[in-house]
Design a protein around this ligand. Structure first.
Ligand code: F6P
Length: 357
């Protein structure tokens, strides 16, 4: 049996771990894996792909990016209006289908975010054997408690904040760090909490810059002379903010993203020296964290399992816990050990790891 895998949309630390997991698990079943290059584009005739054998994925677990390449543009990525994703045109679908048929692909694993999985859903509804694997550093996909890549992005934010702490403190400044998150503030929230930010501004929570300024002044009065602000790139600008800045500057001003604007306003309102910086694609690049390597591997293994069971039209999903409370007696007297027959152990074995049993 032969299955296909493609990555689509923006890249994300952990994509190679998924590929590694899929190839490892598929090879244990004696299956062949075809990796399509540059997202769905690799499906277009004559087909741009490579056969992925376990030896082709040696050492890729720790690599950022994706060995297959990816794109958030191209023939399959048309968007209509805000956030709405257009159907892929019928002629493109039928061309791609020819490649699927010629290569006798029996399952197509699509590793992607909202847009790519929407395309995957369309193809599934048109009869394709599609399996989805959720991917986004923004962690904003529904129906999974976490996506791989998120932890790596958060770690980069934390590293950035750790560095900003010392320079902010030395200069008694406000430092504003703009992080990724077009629609959702997960990276800002988690990164901000873990990195000891004092202020976190999210797209989901309308904020008032004057209130933030008051908060900073109060900190100053208490002897905390530096402040770290994390702002998600998708945080909405309070209305009139740009006009106020321009008015104060006596004309038009050139500012970058939301981080620059927030910094400028906070400097005006507090009188404190303020600097901003944008982490940008640093959050998407580089080696995945251990957590993302494990999550990516488990996602890959589960995708192959779904293919084996013929359960198409489904997306691999991580079901985690929320913070709650339990009686103490439930926690003591019995340790939580690795389940020898549990899914994690099976995933390790599925990719060929020896556990000595
Ligand atoms: O969806 C993930 C994301 O990292 C967003 O937070 C960001 O706006 C976007 O991708 C940038 O993507 P690109 O520069 O590749 O178009």
């Amino acid at each position: 049996m032969r299955i296909g895998i493609l990555n689509s949309g923006g890249d994300c630390p952990g994509l190679n771990a998924v590929i590694h997991g899929v190839v490892g698990a598929a090879s244990q079943l004696g299956w062949e894996v075809i990796g399509f290059k540059d997202g769905f584009e690799g499906l277009l005739p004559p087909g741009d792909y490579k056969v992925l054998r376990p030896q082709d994925t040696l050492g890729i677990l720790k690599l950022g990016g994706t060995i297959l390449g990816t794109t958030n543009k191209g023939h399959f990525a048309a968007k209509v209006g805000k956030g709405d994703i257009a159907e892929v045109p019928a002629d493109i679908v039928s061309k791609a289908k020819r490649t699927m048929e010629q290569l006798e692909i029996r399952a197509l694993i699509i590793v992607g975010g909202d847009g790519s999985l929407t395309t995957g859903l369309q193809l599934y509804r048109e009869g394709w054997p599609v399996i989805g694997v959720p991917k986004t550093i923004d962690n904003d996909l529904r129906a999974t408690a976490m996506t791989f890549g998120f932890d790596s992005a958060v770690s980069t934010v934390v590293d950035g904040l750790d560095r900003l702490h010392t320079t902010a403190e030395s200069h008694k400044r406000i430092m504003v760090l703009e992080v990724m998150g077009r629609h959702a503030g997960w990276i800002a929230l988690w990164g901000g909490i873990a990195g000891g930010a004092d202020v976190i501004l999210l797209p989901e929570i309308p904020y008032n810059t004057e209130k933030v300024a008051e908060f900073i002044k109060a900190r100053d009065a208490q002897g905390h002379h530096s402040t770290l602000v994390v702002v998600a790139e998708g945080a909405h600008l309070p209305s009139g903010e740009l006009a106020t800045i321009a008015e104060n500057a006596g004309g038009e001003v050139r500012l970058g993203g939301i981080g620059d604007i927030v910094a400028r306003r906070l400097e005006e309102l507090t009188g404190k020296e303020t600097r901003s910086c944008t982490l940008g694609h640093l959050q998407r690049g580089g080696a995945p964290t251990a957590l993302d390597r494990i999550l990516g591997t488990r996602f890959g293994v589960m995708a192959v399992k779904l293919a084996e069971e013929g359960r198409f039209g489904r997306m691999v999903s991580y079901q985690a816990y929320h913070v709650d409370s339990v009686p103490i007696e439930e926690a003591v007297n019995q340790l939580r050990l690795v389940e020898p027959d549990g899914e994690m152990v099976k995933a390790a074995k599925a990719v060929g790891i020896c556990l000595g049993d």
